[in-house]
Structures are given as C-alpha cells and as structure tokens.
Design a protein around this ligand. Structure first.
Ligand SMILES: *Cc1c(COP(=O)(O)O)cnc(C)c1O
Length: 388
C-alpha cells in the first residue's frame, strides 16, 4: 500500500470547534478606522502628517525620556498640563492631556453619553467620530455638509434633540478643509442647549489664516473670515470644549499626545475615563520640547500655507473644483471617480486618500512632493478620470 492510500483510509475523528469568546455583536457592523496607506518608495500625502522629522531638540528630549522607560509616566501629566494651561491663560484644572486628540474624542463620548444618547457631527468629517460614538453605545447623528463642503450649522443645530450630549465641530473640517469663523460659531452656540457639549476639534487650526474659506464674492451667507478665538468662546460658553493635538503642525503624529481645554467640570469627567498612563513619558517630554520650539514649528505652517495656495491655484488652473482650505490638505470633490483617481495616483507613486464616492484628500507636503502630485493631477489620464 502506498503511503497516500494509508492516509486516505484514516477517518477523521469528529472535531467540535471550541466555542469562541463572545464579543458585542454590534461591533460587526462597525467600520474599522482606515489609516492612510504607506507604500515604500511612494510619496505619502494621505495622512496630513508633517513631512519633516522632529526638530533635533525634540528628538533629544524623546531620547532622554527613553532612559526612564522602566518607570511609569506621570499619569496626570502635571508639567505638560500646567504648561498648556499657562499658555492658554486658564487654570490647570481646565486642561486634560490625552493619547492624541482621538483619545480625547473617545473620552468625551464616554464621559457624556449613556447608551442611546446622541452625538451630532457633520458628514463628511473626521472618521473617528462615528467610531468612538458607536463604541460607547451612543447613536451617531451625521448631518450632511452644505453644497460648499462646509458645515451646515443650521442643520446641525436642528439635529440636536433631548438625547444629544455632544456636537463635534471639526474646524477646519477634515477631510474637506473648510472652516467656519467665530461669528458663525457664536450664532450656532446660541441655538444649542447649554448642557450639550460642543467640541471644537481644532486639529488643523494652526494652518488657518484670516480670510481662509472665503470666496472672492462677498456673500453675507458665508461664514465670517476671522479665525475663531476658541479660548474666548470657551470662556463665554462652559459647554465648549477645545480639542488640540501635537500630531499635525507640531509633527508628533507617531508619539500620540493631544489636549482638551474646557470647563473644569467637563475636564474632570474626561480625566475619570482616561486610560491610566496612556500618555507616555516620551510623549509628555516630546510635547514639552515642542512648546519650547513653538515659534520654529509654527513658522513651518507658513510654508505649508504657501504651498497650499500654489497647489490650489495649479489645480484650479487645470480645471479642478478645489474646496477652499484652511488646513494642510486640499479636497477635490470627485464623486464616484474618487477611487479610480486615487488608485491611478498611487500607480504614479503618490498616495492620496479617497473618501467613498465623495472626493479625495491630498495632504500638502514639501514642494517636491507636491510637484509629484501636480505632475500626476495635470496629466492627461488624471484629467480624463476627473472628467475634464
Ligand atoms: C488628525 C486629527 C486629529 C488628531 O488626532 P491625534 O489622535 O491627536 O493624532 C483629531 N481630529 C481630527 C479631525 C484630525 O484630523
């Protein structure tokens, strides 16, 4: 008998699959967070990161902090908290540090929502909002952007019900780059019950400049052009929570640190749901070193803003509709063509980010990286896919 025949004669004993651990069935319907792709050798303009690495002083602070990696971090991040508070002119009890501002978004929903409570946000906006909402068993209430890919604040105010606990206002909005000014936010706040938290997610505020988001035709219906003074808004309205991050303009996306500024009662609740020690010693040291070098880091945003203008003009000149951006990225509302467009861009070694059937987002990088995208975008194939 050949070996194969012997094997065939063996009858498999009945195997009972062990029961699997039981997890929440509703998680099956939850879309995973899709990060921007990283492709070796390609230009990555898909995650709104800073292209330049950390400043030498920041890298040194991280290396020095690594020497104490055997010890737990200061879970209250006392030094960073008091530094941020002094800088904002608020007491330390008004500042909470978090594991990125995404961590703070999650803490906010956990700290305010019981199951079934509602969280209002624009759509499209930051993909983390529906995820942190559903993970907390709260109900997402997405409100479509207006025809200019900007927040429809009237519709958002109208979407607030007795069950609403949080409104996320992403300003400038990721992924469309549009922003609303202080007057529009003030008018919006007047319509929101004072017990509902309005979270101003200002992850990109360092890139906003006066006049951003305006079109050439003065239109009283458009948001005012001033960059909102969110600290003043938070002082006037105890339900305003400001969310900021070190991930974008400060270049620490890989280190994970953000912060919230708001009323001490809300900040106290955020701290209660903080995962202990989730802001590492390295992250705290890196953030402090960034604050020491703040002027230099913020100067970099000027170069990004200049490149943003150059790219927007080149794209508009080639016939694209480009949403006015107050952030470090541009939005092309390409509709159903978005996936094919971003796929071809990846073939051309420039990774950009498609958003379903809505559009594509391109991070503003270095002049060379931006030129690589523009070379693709103004080529015959890209123009054909974009329908021009
Ligand atoms: C990138 C981003 C953040 C910041 O996320 P971190 O967790 O701080 O890295 C927050 N909100 C929006 C809208 C963002 O795009």
């Amino acid at each position: 008998m050949a070996a194969a025949d012997i094997l065939e004669d063996v009858t498999e004993p009945a195997v009972t699959e062990p029961a699997l651990p039981r997890t929440r069935p509703d998680l099956d319907a939850l879309p995973p967070y899709v990060p921007g792709r990283t492709v070796p050798g390609a230009v990555k303009l898909a995650s709104n990161e800073t292209t330049a690495g950390p400043l030498p002083s920041v890298a040194r602070a991280i290396a020095e902090a690594a020497a104490t990696a055997n010890r737990y971090p200061d879970s209250g991040a006392a030094e960073l908290t008091s530094r941020l508070a002094a800088r904002a002119g608020v007491p330390p009890g008004s500042v909470a540090v978090g594991c990125g501002s995404v961590g703070l978004c999650q803490q906010l929903v956990q700290a305010t929502c019981a199951p079934g409570d509602e969280v209002v946000f624009a759509w499209r906006s930051f993909e983390a909002y529906p995820i942190v909402t559903q993970v907390a068993l709260a109900s997402p209430v997405p409100v479509p952007l207006d025809g200019d890919d900007a927040h429809d604040l009237d519709a958002m105010a109208a979407a607030v019900t007795d069950r609403t606990r949080v409104v996320f206002l992403c300003n400038p909005n990721n992924p469309t780059g549009t922003f609303v000014g202080e007057k529009a936010i003030e008018e919006f706040l007047a319509k929101i019950p004072p017990h509902v938290v309005v979270a101003l997610d200002e992850a990109y505020i360092e890139y906003a400049r006066p006049g951003d988001g305006r079109t050439d035709t003065p239109d009283p219906a458009l948001p005012d052009a001033a960059v909102p003074d969110s600290l003043a808004l938070a002082r006037r309205h105890p339900n305003v929570l400001i969310l900021r991050t070190f991930s974008k303009a400060y270049g620490l996306a890989g280190v994970r640190v953000g912060y919230a500024i708001g009323h001490p009662s809300l900040i106290g609740a955020l701290r209660k749901v903080f995962v202990p020690f989730s802001v590492s010693t390295l992250a705290q040291a890196a953030a402090l070193a960034c604050l020491d070098a703040e002027e230099e880091l913020l100067e970099r945003t000027g170069h990004v803003v200049a490149e943003r203008g150059r790219m927007a003009a080149a794209l508009a000149g080639a016939g694209y509709l480009v949403a006015p951006s107050a952030a470090n990225f541009l939005w092309l509302p390409l509709g159903a063509r978005s996936a094919e467009y971003s796929g071809r861009s990846a073939d051309a070694k420039v990774i950009i980010r498609p958003y379903g059937d809505d559009g594509v987002r391109i991070t503003v990088g270095t002049p060379e990286e931006n030129d690589a995208f523009l070379a693709f975008a103004t080529g015959a194939e890209a123009l054909r896919i974009a329908g021009m």
